[in-house]
Design a binder for this molecule. Structure first.
Ligand SMILES: Cc1cc2nc3c(=O)[nH]c(=O)nc-3n(C[C@H](O)[C@H](O)[C@H](O)COP(=O)(O)OP(=O)(O)OC[C@H]3O[C@@H](n4cnc5c(N)ncnc54)[C@H](O)[C@@H]3O)c2cc1C
Length: 420
């Protein structure tokens, strides 16, 4: 029998399974390719490179040279952060961790050949592939809107120029004008994100344009930290925010970007800014790799491996994993579990039982921070919630200030955990 590389790998896999031995390749170091240099991908690449101490060859494919965190992008809208505060480069991952950072789009995955093809041409081989591409939008989710309208009606749900555009539009609103948001249906990236954004927009408008109004058209009957946000809006921005939930037709919306109108349940309103946040799905590359089922990519909770392919792992927002919210904290937590499992599979290093956690902080007004969080474990079915906590309504100002300050520490911690 002639052994080609694939039959060799297949045979090695059988032996490895039998002896619990690592899948070490005969030639060279095992190769991990990570697609997407965000909260999930950058963390996974860094941990695999750092902990394997050069035993694993790590390539990170990410088109942007600067990653703008969506986390704290609302605080930029509110004037609490500069855009430069939420910008991060990949230089340290390349220089200090030896990661091969490729600034390109992954445009295809050949699961038989185990290669990722790049928009710029060529392909990158892998033994294990980690996909953390974040989200894309569901076509036709909001009548009248598609990505060609994103300059008139920005989503600002991928941070960077979209966030800058939204802020410029808010600052240019006429006196007494109307800011509208079309909120997304579940599940979506960052459950409290739209409502923190409403708070931050209200904060700048209260200072610059106090007679302006905010309308939120929401397809959901309730949302994350709803009581806390509504208490905050009443305390800080009385009469400014009109939230129209499912019961009042908040899901029955269409927009006209040319006329700058929003129609809610048949009633058309002229608006000055329209922040459309459409329904979401896993980043396209997950679909191209054939690991999605519907909008998201199902994974095994113990190691974040795809249910469709044991050599592909899906992290963060793109994954369908169970109870964790789609957050940067979650993606970072999942990435560490995945990195440990991938390293174990490739080098035989010890694999620890999966444990996950998440906290989402939101700023409502100056020094008024709230949070919600939980711990999770891997079960055969899903990542399952173990226990949780949430800020309470009526908390005193010192506690709220401490909660906000805690979020500043978290931001510094997670970004250095991602980018070194
Ligand atoms: C307004 C807002 C506020 C938020 N606030 C918080 C918060 O306070 N706390 C929190 O924990 N989370 C927050 N989030 C959520 C958080 O940003 C996401 O959950 C997190 O970034 C998900 O990580 P990810 O790795 O799945 O995707 P991302 O971080 O989005 O990374 C995906 C990366 O993949 C790249 N990519 C996509 N397709 C390809 C391809 N084909 N080839 C190569 N690269 C590709 C993209 O360029 C991107 O850099 C917020 C989100 C928003 C929108």
């Amino acid at each position: 029998m002639t052994l080609n590389r694939r039959t060799f790998l297949g045979a090695a896999g059988v032996v490895a399974a039998g002896l619990s031995a690592p899948m070490v390749l005969a030639q060279g170091r095992p190769r991990v390719v990570v697609v997407g240099g965000g909260a999930g991908g950058a963390t996974a690449a860094r941990y695999i490179a750092k902990d394997s101490k050069g035993e694993i060859d790590v390539t990170l494919i990410e088109p942007s040279r600067t990653y703008y965190t969506c986390f704290f992008s609302n605080l930029y809208l509110g004037g609490f952060q500069e855009l430069s505060d939420i910008a991060h480069s990949y230089g340290t991952l390349a220089a200090e961790y030896g990661i091969n950072v490729v600034h390109d789009w992954a445009v295809g995955v050949d699961r038989d050949a185990k290669t990722v093809s790049l928009a710029g041409g060529g392909s990158v081989p892998y033994d294990k592939l980690i996909l953390s591409p974040g989200i894309d939008f569901v076509d036709g989710a909001v009548e009248g809107w598609d990505v060609s309208a994103q300059n008139k009606m920005p989503h600002a749900y991928k941070a960077g120029s979209q966030t800058e555009l939204l802020k410029a539009q808010i600052m240019a609103m006429p006196e007494g004008g109307t800011f509208a948001m079309v909120a997304p249906p579940n599940p979506y990236r960052c459950p409290p994100g739209p409502y923190e954004r409403v708070s931050m927009v209200a904060h700048v408008l209260k200072a610059n344009n106090p007679t302006a109004k905010i309308i939120v058209a929401d397809p959901k009957p309730k949302f994350s930290k709803m009581a806390l946000f509504q208490e905050g809006w009443a305390n800080h921005y009385e009469g400014m925010v009109d939230w129209i939930g499912e019961d009042f037709g908040g899901g029955n919306v269409s927009v006209n970007p040319d006329a700058m109108t929003l129609t809610i349940d048949g009633e058309e309103t002229k608006v000055d800014v329209c922040n459309v946040i459409p329904a979401m799905k896993a980043g396209h590359i997950a679909e191209m790799a054939g690991v999605t089922d519907g909008n998201w990519a199902p994974v095994n909770a113990a190691d974040m491996s795809s249910k469709a392919d044991p050599d592909i792992y899906v992290l963060g927002d793109a994954s369908q994993q169970g109870d964790m919210p789609k957050s940067g904290f979650s993606a970072n937590s999942q990435a560490k579990v995945c990195a440990n499992a991938v390293r174990g599979a490739l080098t035989g290093s010890k694999v620890f039982p999966a444990k996950f956690s998440n906290t989402c902080w939101s700023l409502i007004d100056t020094d008024d921070g709230v949070k919600v969080g939980a711990t999770y474990e891997a079960t055969p079915e899903k990542i399952a919630k173990v226990d949780g906590f949430i800020s309470q309504t009526g908390e005193d100002a010192d506690l709220r200030k401490a909660t906000y300050e805690e979020s500043l520490g978290w931001y510094a911690g997670i970004t250095s955990d991602m980018f070194g």
